[in-house]
Design a protein around this ligand. Structure first.
Ligand SMILES: Nc1ncnc2c1ncn2[C@@H]1O[C@H](COP(=O)(O)OP(=O)(O)O)[C@@H](O)[C@H]1O
Ligand SMILES: [Mg+2]
Length: 328
């Protein structure tokens, strides 16, 4: 009991944000309800991003009704790899990442062989709302399969790692690299068993990680160190994330990005209720950083100034970096 109180006090001192505070002071305060569909539906997010000139995995097709499931072979064409996902899914549920074809069957990224009927069945489940928020009817989206940049080979196991940046009113406040594991089946969602690794905001160098709520410094499948890795094009990722405020208008979001071998940085999705585990991965709370951004905005608003995404990134990097650039 005393131990628990001590742990909680230590976490509070680091400014760890709890779920109630996140909801009351950030999600409800900064995210206008009528804007939710832009981030809660991945098809709408994609359409918005394309309009704003932001790169996303190409959409091959949308299936909205049972009848349209017949269109699947036409949508896939002779592409060997593609992804099927629920437009309103979350947490990696219902996503099928096909890496290859095998005679008239398909092989998922984790090596499972599935038949065409199984693909159709999966789409049918998506349409009935099995994976959608609130169980509403949903649409299935078929898109380009991302192949991660080579840089991730040594620290990742199958699948696609993604980079999550929390953005408050257009200011990046905290970043995390999420690495799929054998357990997470190629998905980078923490509750599926992926690893969360903190990232230094100033430099894009990885810090230590968290896996199933334990602190780790090595990938459990590859045993390679997850810290000290320089993520490529870091300032580019920061700018991409900061610019998502203009794209969706929501003030408190988690921006999920990937680095494709051929297409470079892409936005995978935006979250209006980003998880709080990013604090454990970074061994740092969100509260102080969020307050610093709020103070910055109050100060600039009084002067009638609005910062550009580049200026907001600069501010975040000067204040929230773990290591100064010169020290590395
Ligand atoms: N186009 C894709 N190519 C390869 N892997 C993908 C693709 N889309 C999603 N994934 C994998 O599935 C995970 C979850 O996908 P995401 O679109 O973020 O949906 P969710 O809302 O369920 O988290 C990603 O982190 C990634 O690992
Ligand atoms: Mg996601």
């Amino acid at each position: 009991m005393f131990g628990m109180i001590k742990t909680w006090k230590a976490l509070q001192a680091k400014g760890i944000m709890g779920i109630n505070r996140r909801n009351a002071d950030y999600v409800l305060k900064y995210n206008k309800r009528h804007l939710y569909p832009i981030v809660d539906d991945k098809i709408i997010t994609k359409e918005r991003a394309i309009l704003a000139g932001i790169h996303v995995p190409e959409m091959y097709g949308i299936i909205e009704t049972e009848k349209q499931i017949d269109k699947l072979p036409q949508i896939i064409g002779d592409r060997p790899d593609f992804v099927i996902k629920p437009a309103q899914g979350a947490g990696g549920d219902g996503i099928l990442v096909i890496a290859d074809r095998f005679e008239d069957r398909y092989r998922t990224v984790s090596g499972k062989i599935v038949s065409h009927e199984e693909l159709e069945h999966q789409i049918s489940s998506i349409l009935t709302g099995l994976y959608s928020l609130g169980g509403h009817r949903d649409r299935a989206l078929i898109e380009y399969r991302v192949t991660p940049d080579q840089i991730f080979k040594s620290i990742s196991y199958e699948g696609v790692p993604d980079i999550r940046i929390i953005v408050l009113m257009g200011y990046p406040v905290m970043a995390m690299l999420r690495l799929p594991t054998r357990q997470s089946g190629g998905k980078a969602n923490l509750h599926q068993g992926a690893i969360g690794v903190g990232v230094d905001m100033a430099t894009g160098v990885t810090l230590r990680g968290t896996w199933l709520n334990n602190k780790i410094s090595k990938h459990p499948d590859t045993t390679n160190a997850v810290d000290g890795v320089q993520l490529p094009n870091w300032d580019g990722f920061m700018k991409l994330a900061a610019g998502c405020y203009e794209l969706c208008g929501l003030g408190y979001i988690g921006v999920d990005m990937v680095l494709d071998q051929e297409k470079g940085p892409l936005i995978l999705e935006l979250n209006a209720r980003p998880g709080l585990n990013i604090q454990i991965a970074n061994d740092c709370g969100l509260t102080h950083r969020a307050h610093a951004v709020e103070a910055r905005i109050a100060e600039l608003t009084a002067q009638g100034v609005v910062e550009t995404p580049e200026e907001r990134v600069k501010f975040a990097q000067s204040l929230f970096g773990n290591v100064r650039k010169a020290e590395i």
